[in-house]
Design a protein around this ligand. Structure first.
Ligand SMILES: Nc1ncnc2c1ncn2[C@@H]1O[C@H](COP(=O)(O)OP(=O)(O)O)[C@@H](O)[C@H]1O
Ligand SMILES: [Mg+2]
Length: 368
C-alpha cells in the first residue's frame, strides 16, 4: 500500500444468504486522483463493489479500507464517498438548485454556505443559470449533470458512477465521456466508473478492472489490457480478436495454424499448450504467395474506416482482418503480421505471475 492509496479491498467476499458468492476474494487498491473503471458483463458484480464502497452493504468476509482506516462498520453517511446512480435518482418535484442543495440542507448548513456550494457545483458541470429550472424541463444530458453536481457538492474524496451514460444516445454519450473525464481532472478526486462497454472503458480510464463472475480477471491501463490480455475472457471482452490454440516450441517461437512463428514472449516450457491473440488491425493483406499465412475470404463488410474481412486458413481457423484494402469473397489472400502482434496467453496464469513474466521475458522491439 502506498500513501496515495485511498481505497483498499482485502480479500472481500460477498454472499447473499445461501446463494453462491457474488464476489469472491476480491483484492485491489485504488489511488487518489485517478479515473478507474469497473468493466464487465451484466451480473459480474460491478454494482456490488460500488455498494460495498458506499457502505450500502457490508462484506461477508474480508476488509475494506478508506484512507488507511478499516471502514467495514462505518455507516454510508459517514464515508467521504458519493454515488451517481444509473437512473440519476433526482427529485422530480424540486428544481435544479434544490436537488443539488438537498444533502446540504439535511446537514443543516447555513443558507449563504449552501448558495456558494451549489453555485460552485453547477459551475463545474456547466449548468450556471439553470438554478430555477424544473427537472422535467431538462434534457437527458442535463439531468446527468445535475446528478453529478448533487454528488460533488458534498466534496467527496471518491465519486462512484454506476453506468451513468447508459441511458443516453450515442452522440450525447460520447460528449459526456469527454465531459466526465475533464471534470475528473479538474476536481482532482478519484472517480470509480462502472460500464459494460469496453470502448467507453478504454477511452476514459487511467486504470481498468476487468471483472468476470465476481472476480477481477485483470487490472491495468487501457493499453496494458488491450495489448496484453491475460486470458481468453479478457481478450474477447476487450475488442475483437483472433484467438487460436497454439504450442510454444520454445521461448520466442510459437506454432499455430500448422506453422512456426517468431514471437516476443518467453517464460514457457517447451511444448506448452497456450492460446495466442492477434488483433484484427495488426493483420496486413498481401498477395496470396506472400505474407505468413494464406486465407480464403468468406465475407467482407465496409465499416466506414476499414473493411472487415472474415476468412479461413487451410487448418480451418477463422480469421478476422481490419484493413483499408479490399478483397473479394472467394479470393485467396496472404496475411502478414509482425512478431510483436502475436500475444501469448498461458492457461490459468495468475495476474501476478503474468505481470512478472511479461516484465521479465517480453522483448521490446528496438528497430523503430
Ligand atoms: N440483493 C440481492 N440478493 C441476491 N442476489 C443479488 C442481490 N443483489 C445482486 N445480486 C446478484 O449479484 C450478482 C451481481 O450483481 P451486480 O453487482 O448488480 O452486477 P452488475 O452491476 O455487474 O451487473 C448478480 O448475479 C445479481 O443477481
Ligand atoms: Mg450494475
Amino acid at each position: 500500500m502506498t500513501d496515495s492509496t485511498i481505497i483498499r479491498f482485502d480479500k472481500v467476499t460477498l454472499q447473499y444468504d445461501g446463494d453462491d458468492a457474488v464476489l469472491s476474494d476480491v483484492s485491489f487498491e485504488i489511488e487518489h486522483g485517478k479515473f478507474y473503471t469497473l468493466l464487465g458483463p451484466s451480473g459480474c458484480g460491478k454494482t456490488t463493489i460500488l455498494r460495498l464502497i458506499a457502505g450500502f452493504i457490508q462484506p461477508t468476509q474480508g476488509d475494506i479500507y478508506l484512507s488507511g482506516r478499516r471502514i467495514n462498520d462505518v455507516p454510508a453517511n459517514k464515508r467521504q464517498v458519493n454515488t451517481v446512480f444509473q437512473d440519476y435518482a433526482l427529485f422530480p418535484h424540486l428544481n435544479v438548485y434544490e436537488n443539488v442543495a438537498f444533502g446540504l440542507r439535511i446537514k443543516k448548513m447555513k443558507q449563504a454556505a449552501i448558495d456558494a456550494k451549489v453555485k460552485e457545483a453547477l459551475r463545474f458541470v456547466n449548468l450556471t443559470g439553470y438554478e430555477n429550472r424544473e427537472i422535467r424541463e431538462m434534457s437527458g444530458g442535463q439531468r446527468q449533470r445535475v446528478a453529478i453536481a448533487r454528488a460533488i457538492v458534498n466534496e467527496p474524496e471518491v465519486l462512484l458512477l454506476d453506468e451513468p451514460l447508459s441511458a443516453l444516445d450515442l452522440k450525447l454519450r460520447t460528449e459526456m465521456q469527454v465531459e466526465l473525464r475533464e471534470l475528473q481532472r479538474r476536481l482532482g478526486i478519484t472517480f470509480i466508473f462502472v460500464t459494460h462497454d469496453q470502448e467507453e472503458a478504454l477511452a476514459m480510464s487511467d486504470e481498468i478492472f476487468v471483472l468476470n463472475q465476481g472476480r477481477i480477471e485483470q487490472s491495468g491501463t487501457p493499453t496494458d489490457i488491450y495489448d496484453e490480455p491475460i486470458n481468453r475472457f479478457v481478450a474477447d471482452f476487450i475488442g475483437e480478436s483472433n484467438i487460436l490454440p497454439a504450442v510454444m516450441v520454445r521461448d520466442y517461437l510459437v506454432e499455430f495454424a500448422g506453422r512456426e512463428f517468431e514471437c516476443v514472449d518467453g517464460g514457457f516450457h517447451p511444448g506448452e499448450n497456450v492460446e495466442i491473440v492477434i488483433r484484427p488491425e495488426d493483420l496486413e493483406i498481401t498477395a496470396p504467395g506472400e505474407g505468413k499465412l494464406k486465407i480464403r475470404v468468406d465475407s467482407l463488410l465496409f465499416r466506414g474506416v476499414h473493411y472487415e474481412i472474415v476468412g479461413s486458413d487451410e487448418d480451418g481457423n477463422r480469421w478476422l482482418v481490419h484493413s483499408t484494402r479490399k478483397a473479394k469473397v472467394g479470393d485467396e489472400i496472404g496475411l502478414d503480421f509482425e512478431p510483436e502482434a502475436i500475444h501469448i496467453m498461458r492457461f490459468g496464469e495468475s495476474e501476478e505471475d503474468f505481470d512478472k513474466r511479461i516484465e521479465e521475458f517480453t522483448e521490446v522491439g528496438d528497430e523503430d
